[in-house]
Design a protein around this ligand. Structure first.
Ligand SMILES: CC(C)(COP(=O)(O)OP(=O)(O)OC[C@H]1O[C@@H](n2cnc3c(N)ncnc32)[C@H](O)[C@@H]1OP(=O)(O)O)[C@@H](O)C(=O)NCCC(=O)NCCS
Length: 156
């Protein structure tokens, strides 16, 4: 992930937010905020032949109490026009490789129950459902449950 990918990343992020099934977030993402939140060594993009961003993945520490992040939460977004081509799966594998190499033992993520694409993607990559939080937050005026999923590394 390089500075020239920022525009494509933020566009895909915004498209995913606007669809309303990926995140509680409802304001436009900003690069500075993204940059401050995401761990530099665990952020990746998928590019087409001309260098356009098709999707991205990035992890953030779940807690600021540990200097060295050993449990992270991630976000993965693929451009609507590029979905179903296993780009999300490839990004997830890349993140699993980088985090395991860095000693991270758990990757976790909260998913809306209706986000079948994300639940299928993560199940394929070895994530398990920890449980469902009920009415975790309001999203556009509606209380929404969140499925917590995790992948505990078998290698660490
Ligand atoms: C979730 C998302 C990243 C998946 O990306 P993708 O590149 O389309 O996923 P892939 O093509 O790699 O699919 C991975 C697996 O999930 C399955 N899958 C993908 N979309 C699916 C859907 N809509 N319904 C059922 N299964 C689906 C695929 O069958 C695939 O399994 P396979 O390799 O055995 O065929 C993409 O839909 C997206 O960006 N959504 C909006 C943002 C979002 O919700 N992010 C997750 C927040 S928790």
């Amino acid at each position: 992930m390089n500075p020239e990918h920022a525009k494509g990343i933020l566009t895909i992020y915004r498209l995913g937010i606007d669809e309303g099934n990926a995140t509680f977030r409802d304001h436009r993402p900003h690069l500075a905020e993204f940059d401050a939140a995401k761990l530099p060594r665990h952020r990746f993009v998928a590019l087409d032949d001309s260098g356009e961003v098709l999707g991205w993945i990035a992890a953030a520490p779940v807690s600021d109490r540990c200097v060295h992040a050993v449990v992270v939460e991630h976000s993965v977004y693929v451009h609507p026009a590029a979905r179903g081509r296993r780009i999300g799966g490839a990004l997830l594998r890349r993140l699993i490789t980088s985090t395991e190499a860095a000693g991270v033992w758990t990757i976790q993520c909260g998913v809306f129950p209706g986000n079948t694409a994300s639940l299928a993607l993560h199940a394929r990559a070895g994530f398990r459902v920890v449980g469902t939080g009920e009415r975790v937050g309001r999203h556009h005026g509606v209380w929404r449950d969140v499925v917590l999923i995790e992948r505990r590394s078998p290698a660490i």
